[in-house]
Design a protein around this ligand. Structure first.
Ligand code: ATP
Length: 342
């Protein structure tokens, strides 16, 4: 295969550390790639650029695929989210967040064998960023839901579920209260479901969904939902399967895709060399599969499974003592012990 170009956005906080670890693993598994570095987030602003410089968007658009570290978004003021800006600029409408239990890890559902995928709408909803101060004591935000936006998302969710041999697709919503917006989402969901008679299609109200996720998570398979609910529910699911350090994600558009962990820039542990790179690494695995590089994807996945089930080289968030680099070295070591990639 020819050299693969990949746009790399190291990001803020723990981003550069976990990116370095991830790229060292990708390189060690024999991926013939050219990494094209781009600025985003605080790193861009420190150079006097906007949080998402136009040249970063152009590079991702031209290459078609990017691996992105987390970017910091200040709460209640400051600059707007680089993540939201990238997703909107590149029309990355589907955010795919798998939540799967890894062997050997502790946690309330360590033995539950959870294997869910959250398919989150990525460009609309309250995240459209339409907020204004109507009065000194009144602030308003507009929730934007469009029929084409709902339809392409649910279409992607059902198609992905079928391709992956999944059995059930569940719409998560609050259509009992938001009858027009969430009602439209739900209507489009069931319209699209008619094209997939072999899949079970059902729906659940988001609050009930959260309750059932922490009591009977094994009953869920593919969850399709709007932007805000998807953001919250996917963090909840990350917690069920071992924490944010393990939760990968992909932002998929028509022409390009950006792969990034569910977690943020973790400023509390940045620069200490203790962050868990697994979430970004498994996002890179999703990227490899998107690119058809299944041998490298399998090799890294198997190596991570070995390191986790062995339990001797876990990062601090998983109850271990290993630093980011120690963990990366161990994943590389275990990957070399696996049978050769043909
Ligand atoms: P941001 O504002 O960028 O979203 P945040 O701190 O609010 O940052 P996260 O970065 O998602 O949100 O972090 C939430 C918690 O999870 C923090 O305590 C952080 O240290 C921890 N955490 C997040 N990612 C990791 C990781 N990869 N490894 C270890 N701990 C992590």
């Amino acid at each position: 295969m020819s050299k693969q170009r990949i746009a790399i956005l190291p990001g803020d906080g723990i981003g550069p550390e976990i990116m370095e670890a991830t790229l060292s693993i990708l390189t060690a598994t024999g991926l013939d790639a050219e990494f094209v570095y781009c600025d985003a987030g605080m790193a861009a602003m420190e150079k006097g650029k906007p949080p998402v410089p136009p040249e970063t968007i152009e590079t991702i658009r031209e290459i078609g695929v990017a691996l992105k570290g987390p970017t910091t978004t200040p709460s209640g003021g400051g600059h707007s989210s680089a993540n939201v800006a990238i997703r909107k600029a590149l029309d990355l409408f589907a955010n795919i967040r798998p939540a799967k239990t890894l062997p050997g890890l502790q946690g309330p559902f360590a033995n539950a064998n959870l294997d869910m995928i959250i398919v989150r709408e990525n460009t609309e909803d309250l995240y459209a960023g339409i907020e204004y101060q109507a009065h000194p004591d009144v602030a308003q935000a507009i929730k934007v839901i469009t029929r084409p936006g709902c339809r392409r998302l649910v279409k992607y969710g059902f198609k992905m579920a079928q391709e992956q041999g999944r059995k059930r697709v569940t719409a998560v919503h609050k259509a009992n209260i938001m009858k027009l917006t969430d009602g439209m989402f739900l209507h489009e969901f069931y319209e699209e479901a008619k094209n997939y008679p072999d899949l079970i299609a059902d729906d659940i109200i988001v609050d009930n969904c959260c309750m059932q996720l922490v009591t009977r998570p094994e009953k869920f398979d593919v969850l399709v939902t709007e932007n805000l609910y998807g953001d919250i529910v996917s963090d909840l699911c990350a917690g069920l399967v071992g924490g944010l350090g393990l939760a990968p994600g992909a932002n998929i558009g028509v022409d390009c895709a950006v792969f990034e962990a569910v977690h943020g820039s973790a400023p509390d542990i940045a620069g200490k060399g203790v962050a868990n790179p697994t979430a970004l690494l498994m996002s890179a695995v999703m990227m490899l599969r998107h690119l058809g590089r299944h041998e490298q994807a399998d090799r890294i996945t198997n190596s991570v499974l070995r390191v986790c089930s062995d339990g001797k080289c876990l990062t601090v968030d998983l109850g271990g003592k290993a630093g980011t680099k120690d963990y990366a070295v161990e994943v590389i070591h275990q990957s070399k012990a696996l049978p050769a990639v043909s």
